[in-house]
Design a binder for this molecule. Structure first.
Ligand code: NCD
Length: 360
C-alpha cells in the first residue's frame, strides 16, 4: 500500500507520472469523469482549510467518486479522545482513500501505519504539505515549461511554512535549481532543511534580507503568509507579520517572465494591485491543485489495486523504536497520543521519524 506522507515518498519519476496524468486530465476531462466511480474519499480535517479540503472534494467528484468526512475535529469522536490510529482504522471500513490534515506534526504518518487504505497528508502542523507541492510543481511545469534550471525565491515565513519545506525537498531533486531565502531572522528556514536537503543535494542556497536585491534574477517568487496560528507569542507575530510585502512597484524590478506563486490564503503580503499582473500565477495555481489531486487520487487507487497488501512504510522499522526517548517538539503527535517513539539516525544524531525534530 502506497501513501503520500512526505514529498520524497514518491520518486522523481513518479512525480512526473502524476504531473503527466494531471496534464492528461486537463486535456481529456471526459476520459476521467468516471475513473473513480464507486470509490469513496474520506477527508479528515482536524485543522481549518478551505482550498485544500474543497479541492480534494472537487477532485473526487470530477473523477465520479464520492466524498465523506469532517472539517472540524470538534464534531468528530476526536473530541471524545479517540486517537488518530483508531480513527483511521474505523474510516478505512467506509472509505477507499483518506486525505488527512492535522495540526500535530507526524499525525498522517501515524495514520499510515494503521490504515488499510492509502493516506494522503493534506498538511501536518508546520512540517509538510506534499499535495501543495504537487500543485506547485504542476503550476511551474505549465507556466515555465520545465522543472529544472530555475532560480526560485522563497519569501516570508520560511520557519513555519510547511508548503516551503515540502517544495524545497521536491525541487532539490531536479537539476540546476538555485534557492534564495528571503525571511526575517526569526522566520528563517529550519536549519535541518538547509543542511539535509539543500546542502546534501548541492543546491546553491543563499539567504538575503530584502526582496529588492534578488527580484531581478528570479524565475519564480514563492510568497507565503506569516503563519499566525503557529506563534506562541502574539507580540512577535505582530512585529513580523508585515515583514515582506510584494506590490506592483516591486514587480517592476522582476523579469518579464518571472511568475509569482502563493499557496494562499494571502493576508497582506501581496497587495491587490499585483493580481492583474499576468505574472501573478496564484489563482491559476489553485485550479492546478484540483487537477493534480485528481491525478494523485487516481494514481494511489491504481497502486493500491496493484499492491493491496498492507505493508508498513519503510520508516516504521523496529530499530527505530526508542520508547524511553521523548521528541523535543511540543507539536509532535508522539507527545500527544500513545504510540511507539521512533527516531532515525542521521549524520548529526537522531531525528524524530514523525516530525523530523532533532533529538536533543
Ligand atoms: C497553506 C497551508 O495550509 O499550509 N494553504 C494551503 O494549503 N493552500 C498555506 C497557508 O495556510 O498559509
Amino acid at each position: 500500500m502506497r501513501h503520500l506522507i512526505d514529498t520524497t515518498d514518491i520518486t522523481v519519476e513518479e512525480v512526473d507520472r502524476i504531473i503527466n496524468t494531471a496534464l492528461d486530465i486537463i486535456d481529456n476531462r471526459e476520459k476521467y469523469s468516471q475513473a473513480c466511480k464507486g470509490k469513496k474519499l474520506a477527508t479528515l480535517f482536524y485543522e481549518p482549510s478551505t482550498r485544500t479540503r474543497l479541492s480534494f472534494t472537487a477532485a473526487m467528484m470530477e473523477l465520479g467518486g464520492n466524498v465523506l468526512g469532517f472539517s472540524d475535529a470538534a464534531s468528530s469522536s476526536v473530541s471524545k479522545g479517540e486517537t488518530v490510529a483508531d480513527t483511521v482504522r474505523v474510516l478505512g471500513c467506509f472509505a477507499d482513500i483518506i486525505a488527512m490534515r492535522h495540526s500535530r506534526e507526524g499525525a498522517p504518518l501515524v495514520a499510515s501505519h494503521y490504515s488499510d487504505v492509502p493516506i494522503i497528508n493534506a498538511g501536518d502542523g508546520s512540517h509538510a504539505h506534499p499535495t501543495q507541492t504537487l500543485t506547485d510543481l504542476l503550476t511551474i511545469r505549465r507556466e515555465k515549461g520545465r522543472l529544472n534550471n530555475l532560480t526560485i525565491g522563497f519569501c516570508g515565513d520560511l520557519k513555519f511554512g510547511r508548503t516551503v519545506h515540502s517544495l524545497i525537498k521536491a525541487l532539490s531533486r531536479y537539476e540546476g535549481i538555485n534557492v534564495v531565502l528571503i525571511a526575517p531572522e526569526e522566520l528563517r528556514l529550519p536549519s535541518y532543511i538547509r543542511r539535509e536537503v539543500c546542502d546534501k543535494n548541492n543546491v546553491p542556497t543563499r539567504e538575503v534580507t530584502t526582496m529588492e536585491e534578488v527580484l531581478p534574477e528570479l524565475d519564480i517568487l514563492y510568497m507565503t503568509r506569516v503563519q499566525k496560528e503557529r506563534f506562541l507569542d502574539e507580540d512577535e507575530f505582530e512585529r513580523l507579520k508585515d515583514s515582506f510585502i510584494l506590490n506592483s512597484e516591486r514587480m517592476k524590478l522582476a523579469k518579464s517572465d518571472m511568475i509569482v506563486l502563493h499557496p494562499l490564503p494571502r493576508v497582506n503580503e501581496i497587495t491587490r494591485d499585483v493580481d492583474n499582473d499576468p505574472r501573478a500565477a496564484y489563482f491559476r495555481q489553485v485550479e492546478n491543485g484540483k487537477f493534480v489531486r485528481m491525478a494523485l487520487i487516481y494514481t494511489l487507487l491504481e497502486w493500491a489495486k496493484e499492491a493491496p497488501e498492507t505493508s508498513q512504510t519503510p520508516r516504521l522499522d523496529q530499530n527505530m523504536v526508542h520508547n524511553d526517548w521523548r521528541c523535543s517538539n511540543r507539536q509532535c503527535i508522539s507527545n500527544w497520543e500513545d504510540m511507539d517513539r521512533l527516531f532515525h539516525p542521521t549524520e548529526d544524531g537522531y531525528r524524530c521519524a514523525y516530525c523530523e525534530a532533532r533529538k536533543k
